[in-house]
Design a protein around this ligand. Structure first.
Ligand code: SAH
Ligand code: SF4
Ligand code: F3S
Length: 440
């Protein structure tokens, strides 16, 4: 029996798919490489609904499976993740796509095994979105991992920030932090198993342990504890929310070699009135001050970001404030998005700006950021960085990332995967760096 998991969305989902794989393997399924979807016994869609584009892509893929299911009526199709949890989506999924067998909300994935067995043994379909608090799936267990030298570790779930454009708090529920002892235990096991990179995951890692009585530490203390675990590895974390990234965290990142000098710090906009309307909880001046603090003690720290254009009410002046701040900060790289209306969020009820304006702004933003990315990469030429080799890129070429998160390609083979190498950068091309291993 073979399974396939189609994963959409953020790293949280990538990791959750590992947990889903572990559940399926527990009931006898194995993974299998096949381009023909009708040849699978079960296909799970682990979905995302952060933007309309994500949803449309998933829905069209689910639609295509109608034909495959006709060819193979035993194929089980299950939909889990953020999109199933979205208000009104269950009805759409079950009415418009009757070939779906199972739909589970974000807090019900632990029931997947039971649902599959019910379907196979008793032909019972499960369509369940249950909002009650349930334990996280397989927390702390030894998952089937597919992430190579890197291992993902959730430190928290959900989000309490309610940025006015964002669906995440509605589909992922309230913020829940795991305890320090659970996290330390999981990370220690992973390091002993030989993982070379641990990435701590949370929608806003900086608010980890907002109830310290429950977790035993806040984010700065958690990082410091993890940084002291001995071994040949490095630790990353994402995502940082600017409003909660305090000086103590910055100082701890600077203090320990095991902590990557890399911070993903979504700015969203450079305009104070838009930041206020987004409920982001900081101003452009505050953001710039955080960047100044980081660079004062870690000049080589990689700072990357997320930027959005076309939020309701964004004027040309607001957009120019965004262009101005990205020139000012000079991010290593950035993810850029067009604002997408999410039903049920505060911003959905505000007057929207025309698509043509959004589209024109994103093109200007991308052009500007591409230029800045190129300059930022070029500054690496002639310098040596420690790179963790992640994969073989093509025959005789491997690629990996620096501590700051820059992607580097150089000569090498399979034997280097999962190892650290010092690489001298000789050439750069937009966000990509090229170099040669330095013998030492
Ligand atoms: N928790 C993270 C981000 C999670 S979502 C944080 O707060 O930074 C990842 C990115 O998607 C966000 O940073 C934002 O730029 C983008 N995003 C979220 N909602 C969006 C929407 N409705 N339309 C367009 N982009 C959105
Ligand atoms: Fe969404 Fe804001 Fe939470 Fe990030 S912090 S997940 S953007 S609500
Ligand atoms: Fe992630 Fe998308 Fe959900 S970005 S948290 S998978 S809505």
């Amino acid at each position: 029996m073979n399974y396939k998991i189609n994963t959409y969305g953020c790293q949280m989902n990538v990791h959750e798919s590992e947990k889903i794989a572990s559940i399926l393997r527990g009931i006898g399924y194995t993974d299998y490489e096949n381009s023909n979807e009708k040849d699978y016994d079960i296909i799970v869609f682990n979905t995302c609904c952060i933007r309309d584009t994500a949803e449309q892509k998933i829905l069209s893929h689910i639609g295509e499976l109608k034909h495959e299911k006709k060819l193979n009526p035993n194929l089980i199709i299950a939909i889990v993740g953020c999109m199933s949890q979205q208000d009104g989506k269950m009805q759409l999924l079950t009415e418009k796509y009757p070939h779906i067998d199972i739909v589970l909300g974000t807090s019900n994935i632990d029931m997947l095994a039971e649902c599959v067995l019910n379907l196979k043994q008793s032909k019972i379909h499960t369509y369940l979105i249950d909002d009650s608090e349930r334990p996280e799936i397989n927390e702390g267990k030894n998952y089937y991992r597919t992430s190579g030298a890197n291992a993902w570790v959730n430190i928290m779930y959900g989000c309490d920030n309610f940025c006015t454009y964002c669906i995440v708090p509605y589909v992922r529920g309230r913020e829940r932090s795991r305890t320090v002892s659970d996290i330390v235990c999981e990370v220690t096991v992973l390091i002993n198993q030989g993982y070379k990179e641990i990435t701590l995951l949370g929608q806003n890692v900086n608010s980890y342990g907002s109830d310290k009585k429950v977790t035993g530490a806040d984010f700065a203390e958690l990082l410091e504890t993890l940084a002291q675990i001995k071994g040949n590895h490095r630790i990353r974390f994402m995502t940082s929310h600017p409003k909660d990234l305090n000086s103590r965290v910055i100082e701890i990142i600077a203090k320990y070699d095991t902590l990557c000098k890399s911070i993903h710090l979504p700015i969203q906009s450079g305009s104070n009135s838009i930041l206020k309307a987004m409920n982001r909880g900081y101003t452009r001046e505050y953001y710039l001050n955080v960047v100044t603090k980081i660079r004062a003690i870690m000049p080589e720290c990689g700072i990357t970001t997320d930027i959005m254009v076309g939020f309701p009410g964004e004027t040309e002046t607001d957009f120019e404030d965004t262009l101005d701040i990205i020139r000012n900060v000079a991010f290593n790289s950035a993810f850029t998005y067009i604002y997408s209306v999410r039903k049920g969020t505060v911003a959905a009820s505000l007057p929207q700006i025309p698509y043509a304006i959004k589209s024109e702004r994103i093109q200007r933003l991308i052009k500007e950021q591409n230029l800045l990315t190129k300059i930022s990469s070029k500054a690496c030429e002639g310098k040596t960085y420690r790179v963790l080799v992640e994969s073989v890129k093509s025959v005789g070429k491997v690629s990996g990332r620096t501590d700051a998160g820059r992607l580097v390609t150089f000569d090498g083979g399979e034997d280097l995967v999962g190892q650290f190498r010092n690489v001298l950068i000789s050439k750069t091309q937009s966000a990509s760096l090229f170099g040669t291993i330095e013998e030492n």
